[in-house]
Design a protein around this ligand. Sequence first.
Ligand SMILES: [Zn+2]
Length: 154
Amino acid sequence: MPLRSDWSDAGCVIARAADVLADPWVLVTLRELFSGRHRFDELRDATGAADSVLSRRLRTMTEAGLVERHDSGGYWLTATGERTLPILHAYAGFTRAVEPPNDGGLRISCTRCGVEAVSADWCPACVAPLDAESTTWMRPSMGAPFRVAVGSTR
Ligand SMILES: [Zn+2]
C-alpha cells in the first residue's frame, strides 16, 4: 500500500482539513498573521522558516483560500482563514492541559469582557464567540495584549 500524502479528497472532514492545516509551518504562519505580521520578511523572521519553506506554505495557504497576497506584497487572512482561529486556540488549550502549569505562552481572552478563555471558541463569561472580532491575545514575546488581526478588507 503506497504512503498517502494527499488527504484533500478524503471522505472524512477532519482529514480534509488536516490536508492543509496539519503542518506546523502552516500553524505558526497563521499565528503570526493573527498577530498582525503580514510581510514575507516579518513572517519568515517570526516563524524561523527558511524562505523556500515559507514560500511553499504561503502558496499552499493561498490555494486553499486561507490567505491572499495583496499588491503591497503582504499576506492577509481571508474570511476562510479567520475561521482557523479556534483551531489555534484548541492547540493552545491542548498544550496547557497536558503540560505542567506555567505562566508562559499565549494567553487568550475576550475583548468584550476581558475574561480569559478556557474554550477554543466561546467566552465563558459573556458567551461571545472568540472570533477575530472579539479576541485578545497576550504573547509574552510581543509585550502588551493585542486584538488579533483580521483581514484588511474589513
Ligand atoms: Zn466575554
